[in-house]
Design a binder for this molecule. Structure first.
Ligand SMILES: NC(=O)c1ccc[n+]([C@@H]2O[C@H](COP(=O)([O-])OP(=O)(O)OC[C@H]3O[C@@H](n4cnc5c(N)ncnc54)[C@H](OP(=O)(O)O)[C@@H]3O)[C@@H](O)[C@H]2O)c1
Length: 129
């Protein structure tokens, strides 16, 4: 079983630290060249592996830890997400409700991945829209 965290900001770092504490290997990716955040990853631990987005999304289990507006870009990183487990740790904090088309934000996100996985997107610790 392989793991990846897409987004290596505040939440991505917190998730990576949880993996490091357990000694579990996990890829981390942003829009940037992996070398640009390799030192940050190494500072967390040797099991945190910087990769390109294209390489990281090959993992079996993908944690989605980007800002709301970035999730469509991640969805496009693979032609199909069939067979993958996507764990959605994002929320739409600060996104105007009209941009959500009257739907809860997780439904907006799930609709993108649903079409590509047939399984949908699992919210993680969700409390609000
Ligand atoms: N911070 C909190 O306390 C908190 C709590 C609960 C939930 N959340 C939610 O968790 C999510 C992440 O929050 P955060 O605070 O960690 O955000 P952040 O610090 O801004 O980090 C976002 C990360 O996503 C990367 N990114 C942006 N576009 C991307 C793309 N297309 N593909 C791959 N990586 C991309 C950014 O890297 P580059 O731009 O450098 O490429 C950055 O590493 C948000 O949805 C937020 O609402 C945050």
């Amino acid at each position: 079983m392989s793991y990846a965290i897409i987004g290596f900001g505040k939440i991505g770092h917190a998730l990576a630290k949880a993996f490091a504490r357990k000694g579990i290997e996990v890829s981390v990716a942003t829009t940037r060249d992996p070398e640009s955040f390799a030192a940050d990853a190494a500072a967390i631990g040797p099991t945190i592996i910087p990769k390109t987005l294209a390489e990281a999304v090959k993992a079996d289990i993908v944690f989605l830890a980007v800002r709301f507006e970035a999730h469509p870009g991640v969805a496009k990183a693979l032609p199909t997400w069939q067979g993958k487990t996507i764990i959605d740790v994002t929320n739409a904090y600060g996104v105007p409700p009209e941009e959500l088309g009257g739907l809860p934000s997780q439904v907006r996100r799930a609709s993108l991945y649903w079409r590509k996985t047939g399984q949908g997107l699992q919210p993680f610790g969700r409390r609000g829209p």
